[in-house]
Design a protein around this ligand. Structure first.
Ligand SMILES: CC/C=C\C=C\CC(=O)SCCNC(=O)CCNC(=O)[C@H](O)C(C)(C)COP(=O)(O)OP(=O)(O)OC[C@H]1O[C@@H](n2cnc3c(N)ncnc32)[C@H](O)[C@@H]1OP(=O)(O)O
Length: 661
């Protein structure tokens, strides 16, 4: 039982109320044994907690994921679970919404027995064995709360954790408040639970998080402009895969494949690099084995320098250096080395997948599989199809992503695909704001206050500033031979901030060099500290270019950065790079740390109001006519002219034939 029907939350609910039903079961005079197979989530687990005993199949999973939907467990879950397993463990499960295995549930004391057999049959036999036992001690609501001496401290720490992890989300904080009420008599605790639930139930955050839940499932029902889609295309089985290029991304991808039980050929061209990768990958895998307490066959991965092993694989993911010529050469070689049916995938984050496909003998079997760093942690995969990718190739990559535990989003090939394409105007605005008077920490603090996991400058430092520098050089925006030095620099006819290039020229490449936009403890450090050098550098830059710094408020930072990103999102839709705006929201929430409780950038735009987004973009465009990314997109204008329809109707307003494919 996966709990309440989430779709019902936005319409009038039918059926009996859950709380009195659970109370009645618990108060009953006959023993009731919950037999748990598969999932016992949300209301499902709350129902089980109202039973007198719980028997779970060893493969069952239990949890209270309401927090991920912007809610709290409000059918007594916040009152019964702490009574059963104590405050610390209950707080952890309720605030994170994480699922626990049957084995862990037994250790925690949530279930009374775990079985490998049919849980229903075992539960019936168990019920017979306890039929004469008094039930009075089995009713959790009557248990006194298990209050440890340091409960105040535990609750305070939980509250701090909820604020910090929630990044502005209300539900984790309400979870702590509801669990806190479990120290009161049950009926009073329940009143508090209901009060908090009523506050959350109709909240915009809950609506946004429930939208995220369905969006992450909706993108699995992908389609391409040629009519190929998830239910008319068949994925191929992947019995063995290869990863070529074992840098940071390649290593993470190899780990994902092994964890999913897929045998992997991990290939490098350099012995030293191969050995370094072997050490890191094996250490990561061993850590996962310990963490997940699973038996994993570490022999699933074979490290090699020899191409001949590639003959046996069904799919290759290349993750070599981001260099088009290098990748084209590799793809040409793969065409002759691999079996003619082998899918050739690239992990490029921005190079033209069409060009790579052209370099092979099988352009129909080439797709992008854009993983996000760290590849073994981030749940997002952009599957990039070209005009020649076969439905089977796309279906296989999408299916493989799901098998790896990712949410796969199908996107058409375009510069930067979706995520990085929308990121460009956002990063660009942040640079302009520095020129105009802001500091990196002011910009980051506004964005982090909004709920982003990391501000733009901290994120750039983490990814490495050289990544963007290389892209800008390849685009002819900077580098030797490109004229520099104009007042408020202009490149290719538009405003261009060279600040990031100048920082890179100083050897400040971010965390890896110990400094970038911030200062770190040393190379590889993570603690970002404001850097007086950067402040002095910015002041000098403004002085040289005659720029009068002004005070820039949080609202301007948010509007310029976020609305520029959203505006590009509308252009992505116009170009039909994706078939539905939900795809952009999923990509940003899962891949770029956008706060899920705002739904994602496009949903957020709808909540703010499209006329407001348009109005502010028009305003900033008037102030900065040399920044094309602030020019409102045609689709945004059109939607506003049509009365700002809801997000699921946006695509109806795009003219047929506007696809880039
Ligand atoms: C007074 C208040 C009383 C009671 C309140 C109770 C609160 C709750 O119970 S809130 C709900 C809590 N439950 C959850 O959050 C669970 C959500 N579901 C999941 O986590 C997963 O779906 C899963 C159950 C673990 C199964 O995962 P998987 O096998 O990967 O399949 P999916 O693609 O995720 O789902 C398949 C299909 O089912 C739809 N679905 C799943 N759960 C629900 C649900 N609780 N309500 C409505 N629909 C649900 C899901 O959307 C998929 O359908 P699509 O049509 O493909 O979207």
């Amino acid at each position: 039982m996966s709990g309440a029907d989430i779709r019902e939350f936005s319409r009038p609910m039918t059926g009996p109320a859950l709380v009195p039903l659970i109370d009645a079961i618990e108060a009953g005079e006959k023993p009731v044994v919950a037999a748990i197979e598969g999932m016992a989530l949300g209301g499902g687990l709350e129902l089980a907690l109202g039973c007198h005993y719980r028997i779970a199949h060893s493969k069952a999973q239990l949890g209270l994921p309401e927090v991920t939907l912007g809610l709290i467990p409000a059918a007594g879950g916040t009152q019964r679970l702490p009574r059963l397993i104590g405050f610390p463990a209950a707080l952890d499960m309720i605030i994170t919404g994480r699922r626990v295995s049957a084995g862990d549930a037994l250790k925690l004391g949530i279930v009374d027995q775990v079985t490998e057999r049919n849980a229903g049959e075992v539960a019936v036999a168990f019920a017979r064995s306890v039929v004469d036992c008094p039930l009075v001690s089995r009713r959790l609501s009557t248990w006194p709360p298990l209050c440890p001496a340091d409960l105040d401290n535990i609750l305070q720490m939980a509250l701090a954790r909820a604020w910090q992890r929630g990044r502005g989300a209300l539900a984790p904080v309400a979870c702590v408040q509801a669990v806190q009420a479990a120290r009161l008599p049950y009926s009073q605790g329940m009143q508090q639970e209901q009060k908090l639930m009523s506050m959350l139930f109709a909240s915009p955050q809950a609506r946004a998080l429930q939208y995220c839940f369905f969006s992450q499932r909706a993108v699995g029902k992908w389609s391409m402009p040629n009519g190929a889609c998830w239910d008319n295309s068949t994925a191929r089985p992947i019995r063995k895969a290869a990863v070529i290029g074992l840098g940071t991304m390649g290593r993470g991808i190899a780990v994902c494949l092994v964890l999913a039980g897929i045998p992997v050929i991990a290939m490098e061209t350099d012995e030293k690099q191969l050995e370094a990768a072997r050490r890191v990958v094996m250490a990561l895998l061993e850590k996962e084995v310990q963490k997940l307490a699973v038996g994993l066959h570490l022999g699933l991965i074979h490290f090699t320098l020899e191409q001949r092993y590639l003959r046996e694989v069904d799919l290759v993911i290349e993750a070599v250096f981001e260099d088009l010529a290098l990748k084209k050469q590799l793809f040409a070689e793969l065409s002759s080395v691999c079996h003619p049916d082998t899918l050739l995938c690239t992990n490029t984050s921005q190079l033209d997948v069409d060009q790579l496909a052209t370099a092979t003998s099988r352009p129909d079997l080439v797709v992008g599989m854009h993983f996000f760093a760290p590849a073994n942690k981030i749940k997002l995969l952009e599957v990039v199809f070209t005009s020649r990718s076969s439905p089977e190739a796309v279906a296989t990559a999408m299916q493989l992503g799901k098998w790896l535990g990712k949410v796969s989003v199908a996107v058409a090939n375009c510069p930067g695909f979706v995520g990085n394409r929308m990121l460009r105007p956002y990063v660009e605005q942040a640079g302009f704001l520095l020129e105009e008077g802001a500091t990196p920490e002011q910009v980051d603090s506004a964005l982090e206050h909004f709920g982003l996991a990391m501000g733009v400058f901290r994120m750039s430092d983490l990814s490495g500033l050289d990544v963007g520098w290389r892209v800008r050089k390849a685009a002819g925006l900077t580098g030797p031979g490109v004229p520099q030095g104009q007042l408020l620099q202009t490149q290719q006819g538009y405003r261009y901030s060279p600040l990031a290039d100048l920082i890179c020229q100083k050897g400040r490449l971010g965390q890896k060099t110990g400094c970038g936009w911030y200062l770190y403890e040393g190379p590889g450090g993570h603690m970002a500290r404001p850097d007086p050098w950067v402040h002095a550098f910015l002041e000098e830059y403004r002085r040289v270019h005659g720029l009068q710094p002004r005070s820039i408020g949080q609202q301007e930072v948010l509007e310029r950065c976020l609305f520029a990103l959203i505006n590009e999102g509308f252009r992505v839709l116009e170009d039909r790079i994706v078939m539905d705006p939900v795809a952009l929201d999923v990509i940003y929430v899962l891949g770029y740390g956008w706060p899920a409780h705002t739904g994602g950038p496009m949903y957020y735009a709808g909540e703010v109001g499209l006329p407001r987004v348009l109005g502010r973009l028009e305003y900033y465009q008037r102030v900065h006519p040399d920044i094309p990314h602030l020019r409102p997109s045609a689709l945004l204008r059109q939607l506003v002219a049509k009365g700002s329809p809801p997000i699921h109707k946006w695509m109806w307003h795009i003219e047929e034939g506007s696809s880039r494919l």
